[in-house]
Design a binder for this molecule. Sequence first.
Ligand code: CP
Length: 337
Amino acid sequence: MPMKVFNDLADFSIPEVEALLTLATRLQQKPESTALAGKVLAMLFLSPSLRTLSSFQAAMVRLGGGSFVISPDMSIHGLETRSGIVMDGVAAEHLREAIPVISSYGDALGIRAFANRTKLAEDLADTEFNAMRALVPKPLINMESAIQHPCQSLADWKTMDELKVPKKGGKFVLSWAWHPKALPLAVPSATLHMAAMRGMDVTVVRPDGFALPPQIMDKARKAASLSGGSVRETNDRKQALEGAHIIYAKEWMSTQHYGDRVADQKLREELQDWRVDDPWFATAHGDCRFMHCLPVRRGVAVTDRVLDGPRSVVIHEAQNRMWGQMAVLYQMLGPGA
Ligand code: CP
């Protein structure tokens, strides 16, 4: 079956994800440099990127196709995203026209649009992304929205498979990490779900005020019930890190004060010791690895000695972005699609 949308790993069964990962490894080991000949990937980046943008461009070239990107930083007309607005300001073009036009030049469209981080319910429902999605008459790839980052999750799953991190009985610790700004929930949400779907015992450890919303936890618990894994959440870092096979650090905004940057800032001010450092691994499993989706602020979320040390697999994860996405593109646009 050709893939029409790549938005959320939860839309796929475990065997379907595993088949994608097998395809990714096959394309890595046996390049198919004409599989997407003549195909074009259109990309709309409303938020910044290093890995996602460049890995999709490289993936298309490696498969024999091409791509183009549109972003507000380029020399384009100002883009309006709001509905029902009189456009008598700076913006000269609305997404309602821009998206169908960009889509019409490509065989598939990828969109990146970070969370507004104003209203939790809207971000959890991925309201903005879904409004854009409704304008796309072509296959669509979520390149990170308010609450999804499926490409990152696919790469992280592949990385753990390659490192032989156990599925059953593997302890995955998703830890909140210090950051001066209030960052979105997309990566923690997608990562939690990915690890639960992979069958791991997942612990979310975070300070008070940063609990992941029940909708995210419940969805992950459902995935764990199907995979044989488990999900729990705690503020006890010492206990959480015991026996960990993976410490996955991610910075996210306060859910207690969602949309209130001042209250969030006040809460995080005191939390600068949530910086991953060597002692965090003292009671972890001997082979415990450090994961992060990048970009990461050195000396803020994690120390140099962890990031540059043997436990860190952050570059491996980033490399796997390209291989994983090649599998997605192949399924969407390749032979048989
Ligand atoms: N991890 C990730 O998506 O990186 P970019 O924001 O650089 O694309």
